[in-house]
Design a binder for this molecule. Structure first.
Ligand SMILES: [Zn+2]
Length: 332
């Protein structure tokens, strides 16, 4: 090997003088296929390869390199805001190498479908209201459902909550979230409808096998379905903590007997030392109490301010007299 070839060989080893294909290959060798993988390095080499393919006029390979760079950047940084960009670069391509492999290829269409659903989930998280969250999660669920029993390709690598291996399970999970937010969006107008949606959510979360969400929803179901009369106005209300609450109060056996003898609702005092009051009566009392407390606080503040001012006057006067005395003392 001549000196020129040897310099060239050393150059290639450190990444100088590579052609586009070699640069692309380098992304695998110095990034994807390392153990553990070095994704930032892979992204850097794929991006460089993309530029070089473009210079050579090889648009197909440039697109593939760009798709890989964007895909591995998503896996590395887990910034789901880059999903639209990734979907866009994958769309004109029919096949890409599997994540973590160079030779095994996968169709892009199921990968794009998974990414679209993840994008709907991401949009749901950014919605400011429950009704929109309901729609976004339903879109995500429909997308995952279309993938059926297929395995998911990328979700597991993004450290997402919920099932990340099977499309079907993630579909149930998203449907459960859609029903859950749907329940929250209607609870103030209809606790009965909210109860229905919560029950659907519970069934979805069970199918998705997500225990924590099942538990959360079961707790909501218990509360939203519970009913009690208001001790103050006597109306029956449905939905604990939404339309009635337990307020601290003195209750004795005598009150239980009274309710029993008049066939009234015993649930009003089924929690010792508390009574159920509807949120209308309860908030009226709280607001009024708040007004009195504010008035009283203002009175105390005015009285205290006056007192502080008087004390200040006395102190100022004492200071002046002290200084006068000191001046006299210095002269002697
Ligand atoms: Zn009431």
């Amino acid at each position: 090997m001549g000196i020129f070839d040897r310099v060239k060989a050393v150059g290639k080893e450190v990444g100088i003088g590579l052609n586009a294909q070699e640069q692309y290959q380098r992304a695998y060798e110095k990034g994807v296929l390392l153990q553990p993988p070095d994704y930032p390095s892979a992204v850097k080499h794929f991006s460089k390869a993309c530029e070089m393919f473009l210079q050579e006029g090889n648009e197909d390979m440039a697109r593939l390199a760009k798709a890989n760079a964007t895909l591995y950047e998503l896996i590395d940084k887990r910034n789901l805001d880059t999903l639209p960009e990734l979907i866009q670069v994958l769309e004109p391509i029919t096949e890409v190498p599997c994540i973590g492999s160079q030779d095994e290829m996968i169709q892009t269409s199921p990968l794009i479908a998974e990414l679209r659903s993840l994008q709907y989930e991401q949009q749901a998280k950014k919605c400011g209201n429950y009704a929109d969250m309901t729609l976004e999660y339903m879109n995500a669920a429909e997308g995952f459902m279309k993938l059926g029993n297929a395995p998911l390709h990328i979700s597991e690598r993004l450290q997402l909550e919920g099932p990340v291996e099977k499309a079907m399970l993630r579909a149930f999970y998203c449907e459960g979230l859609s029903d859950y937010y749907s329940a929250l969006s209607v609870v103030l107008s209809s606790p009965v409808q909210a109860h229905d949606h919560m029950q659907k959510a519970a069934s979805c979360f069970r199918q998705a096998m997500v225990v924590d969400w099942s538990k959360t929803v079961d707790d909501h179901i218990a509360k939203v379905s519970s009913k009690s009369h208001c001790w103050m106005c006597g109306r029956e209300m449905q939905g604990e903590d939404v339309f009635f609450k337990y307020y601290p109060a003195e209750t004795e056996d005598y009150h239980t007997q009274l309710l029993e003898s008049s066939s009234d609702d015993l649930r009003m005092i089924d929690n010792a030392g508390h009574v159920t009051v509807c949120t209308v009566c309860g908030s009226a009392i709280e607001n009024q109490a708040d007004r009195y407390a504010t008035m009283r606080a203002d009175e105390v503040r005015a009285w205290a301010n006056q007192l502080f001012n008087q004390t200040n006057d006395v102190l100022t006067n004492h200071n002046e007299r002290l200084r006068a005395l000191e001046r006299v003392a210095h002269r002697h």
